[in-house]
Design a protein around this ligand. Structure first.
Ligand SMILES: *[C@@H]1O[C@H](CO)[C@@H](O)[C@H](O)[C@H]1NC(C)=O
Ligand SMILES: *[C@@H]1O[C@H](CO)[C@@H](O)[C@H](O)[C@H]1NC(C)=O
Ligand SMILES: *[C@@H]1O[C@H](CO)[C@@H](O)[C@H](O)[C@H]1NC(C)=O
Length: 497
């Protein structure tokens, strides 16, 4: 029946009936808390098993450190300014900027005879309208509703059991914070579904709990009892996601399609801790990335050092499906150019890739703090366009035990146990330049050091070139204005910068 359907779609190609599918699994604010990334304090058997059949990227970065813009970017291959996610996080209404563009991506794969489905994170436990959508012509039964913090297999079964090839995007809500939205379930909603009184029960989840004494505290998180308890809660929700990933993979295995499916696991942005999400520093942008191709076993289980970007996922997926990137324009007249590249060659041999870019405008609507960045070899340059204002803090992070503890300790003049202080966290230099080989924690800003003047210019030029290529409206900020007619150029503001 399947082949008949594929024939109808003109897809039963000359080389036979095997269809290549894609499963893209996304964590929400996930980081390196997993066995595969050498965290021995947490148990993530399903991710670890996937890693044994994957190339493991150690230097993968999101281009934007905010949920909705990141998702828009990774489904379009465009940085947030072009992906329609430039407006940052969803306003209360629940719409998100990248939705239209992401739908365009699914439409694109649908047009080629594939069936795409997006299962986004969604829904609160009380089944508020979830941020999910499917793009027609998926059957109407494919209206994924997750009653838990992870999509239920029954919601995507209709997709892969009916359609080949398929593109399935499964985005977990775990391990996102909850203290701002549903504090009754714990700081990370770690209690939701655990069977305790009032928490409901997720039948196929066996909760793992962790002693705060046992967690690994990354360098950018204060080593305090409050932060350790916060991390222990986060670990529990990573376990919930890990078991969910196991269920998804088991479903595909039982349906006999896993061996025809490119499986990608990553996260949208850094973990919701200081210097993490909403920052372009390493903790805000470095992402776990596993790419598992049944056709490329050569590098299974190996670790790649190549610098890759989540902007590379769109070209990778299109390459896997042999779909040429379509020519279309954004902002009415500008032809879209993908700056990412397919990761498939990396599955054969280690590539010499050493550059990735970052672009952030805002997270919540009140948090305008545009930043642009380039990582090239050992160096990381960040341009803080609005450096005269304090770095903004989002509501979700603000109420976190880790940040509250940091505020309290700072106010009381007590030791914070943190590698930074709030003053320098809020007030940043316009240019920040770090040498990762000497200073992996990004604490010594070299931008004003004359020894690095030449390098600084090279990186600035590299960054500006990328901004022009991606039609970045901020390309002239903060000391100039972009005037586009007749030939786009920056005009000086004489604003003392
Ligand atoms: C984990 O640690 C081992 C031993 O130090 C190292 O070879 C490997 O590359 C590390 N894995 C990752 C993903 O960083
Ligand atoms: C899985 O796919 C690969 C590549 O297409 C093939 O070589 C292998 O035999 C398949 N394995 C199974 C169990 O079907
Ligand atoms: C911070 O201080 C406030 C006010 O004194 C207190 O209510 C709160 O529990 C403290 N939070 C933490 C995480 O220590």
């Amino acid at each position: 029946a399947c082949c008949a359907l594929l024939l109808l779609l003109g897809l039963c190609s000359a080389h036979g009936a095997r269809a290549r599918n894609v499963l893209l699994i996304l964590a929400d604010d996930g980081g390196f808390e997993s066995g595969v990334y050498n965290n021995s304090a947490i148990a993530t058997p399903h991710l670890d098993a996937l890693a044994r059949r994957s190339l493991i990227f150690r230097n993968a970065f999101t281009s934007v450190s905010s949920c909705s813009p990141s998702r828009a970017s990774l489904l379009t291959g465009l940085p947030q300014v072009g992906a329609g996610g430039g407006e940052g996080e969803a306003p209360k209404a629940g719409e998100w900027g990248g939705r239209t563009r992401a739908q365009a991506f699914v439409k694109l794969v649908n047009k080629r005879g594939l069936r795409g489905g997006l299962l986004s994170k969604g829904g609160d436990p009380q089944s508020r309208k979830p941020l999910l959508f499917s793009y027609r012509p998926l059957p109407s039964s494919y209206r994924p509703l997750s009653s838990s913090h992870r999509p239920l297999p029954s919601t995507y079964r209709p997709l892969y059991s009916t359609y080949r090839p398929f593109f399935l995007y499964v985005a977990f809500h775990d391990p996102h914070r909850c203290g701002h939205s549903q504090p009754q379930y714990g700081a990370f909603c770690e209690k939701f579904g655990n069977g305790e009184s009032g928490m409901g029960r997720i039948p196929d989840w066996t909760p793992q709990t962790y002693d705060p004494q046992d967690v690994q505290v990354p360098y950018f998180i204060p080593d305090t009892p409050a932060a350790r308890a916060d991390l222990a809660a986060q670990y529990t929700t990573i376990g919930r996601m890990d078991q969910g990933i196991g269920l998804v993979l088991q479903e595909l295995r039982e349906a006999g399609v896993l061996n025809d499916t490119l499986v990608i696991f990553t996260s949208d942005n850094g973990i919701p801790f200081p210097s993490g999400r909403t920052n372009l520093y390493w903790p805000g942008t470095a992402e776990p990335l596993l790419v598992s191709s049944p056709e490329h076993p050569r590098r299974w289980g190996q670790v790649s050092e190549a610098y890759v970007s989540l902007l590379d996922l769109t070209p990778t997926i299109l390459d896997w499906f042999s779909i040429p990137y379509p020519s279309y324009a954004i902002f009415s007249s500008k032809t879209v150019q993908l700056t990412g590249r397919s990761l498939l060659p990396a599955l054969e041999s280690e590539p010499p890739w050493t550059t990735v870019f970052g672009s952030q405008s805002l997270h919540e609507v009140t948090m305008s703090y545009p930043m642009r960045s380039v990582r090239h070899q050992n160096f990381h340059l960040v341009h803080n366009l609005n450096f005269k204002m304090p770095f903004p803090i989002d509501q979700d992070f603000y109420v976190s035990p880790t940040f509250q503890d940091l505020l309290n300790r700072t106010r009381a003049g007590q030791p914070t146990g943190w590698y930074k202080d709030l003053h320098h966290y809020y007030y940043r230099e316009r240019w920040e330049l770090y040498d990762w080989s000497q200073d992996p924690h990004e604490t010594q800003n070299l931008a004003a050091d004359p020894h690095y003047a030449q390098l600084l210019e090279v990186l600035k030029t590299q960054l500006a070139k990328w901004q022009w290529e991606t039609h970045d409206p901020w390309v002239c900020a903060p000391d100039g204005v972009l005037e586009e007619k007749l030939s786009p150029q920056c005009w000086p503001l004489h604003n003392e910068l």
